[in-house]
Design a protein around this ligand. Sequence first.
Ligand code: IPE
Ligand code: IPE
Ligand code: MG
Length: 269
Amino acid sequence: MYLCTLFANTYMIIPESIDHNKLPEHIAIIMDGNGRWAKERGEDRVYGHYEGVRSVRAIVDACGELGIGYLTLYAFSAENWNRPKAEVDALMELLVNTIRKEVEELKKNNVRLHVIGDFESLPEICQQELNEAMEMTAANTGLNLILALSYSSRDEIAMAVRKIAEKVKSGALRIEDITDETIKQHLYTAAFPDPELMIRTSGEYRISNYLLYQLAYSELYFTNVHWPDFRKENLYEALLNYQQRERRFGKTSEQIQSVNPTHAQGNEE
Ligand code: IPE
Ligand code: IPE
Ligand code: MG
């Protein structure tokens, strides 16, 4: 197992077929399937969450190596509070221990940590640990690692609407000046670009209240691999698949190809 992890984390070579000029700037992931992965092995669901941390490490590492700007990981949804208390407690404890253990590595690897979600709803100790880690990595200029914790996209949008309404009420903003950009600026993700690629593991084909506004034009990639098995090679596979796609944004294929013929060539199957 140790060797295997070492291999996945350190020695996996980036495939030559990956085009470094066509990488997404922002990748968002729904890390799903931890519980089923553990059950398949006759273990408690929590074991799957522990093992999932190895995948987080590998993917953060891979994104750093590839020069990806932003990686958002769905680690705990607002709906996940409804799970059995023992599982929620174990997840919060795992979060604290992982952050504590990994912060030096994040610092060393030039990774900057951010959190989106209902921060105040997290246990005090989690908030403390996260605040410390965010402070310690604030000057880092490499990968931005964004953890979605106690996150609900609908709540995020409702929060943005409340903030905008407040500004209108106080006279700081005119109704006619509210645009798509105004909404973006009031989301948790105001400082980040929209993800070009969203990956969900474990064979579930849904968004589960994740980045509903931000994913408007993202390419979606679904894999049957459970999160604890998702390693660098699986990320490379997702990226290769992404690079085969033609992002048209409402235009025709011909329009896209006339602007970027090299891009078009890459899309010929
Ligand atoms: C994802 O794995 C991790 C969290 C939601 C915290 P799950 O725990 O949802 O695993 P499955 O979907 O039940 O297999
Ligand atoms: C979504 O996974 C949340 C995280 C991955 C943290 P879930 O497994 O909780 O999603 P649903 O409820 O099955 O859609
Ligand atoms: Mg799940």
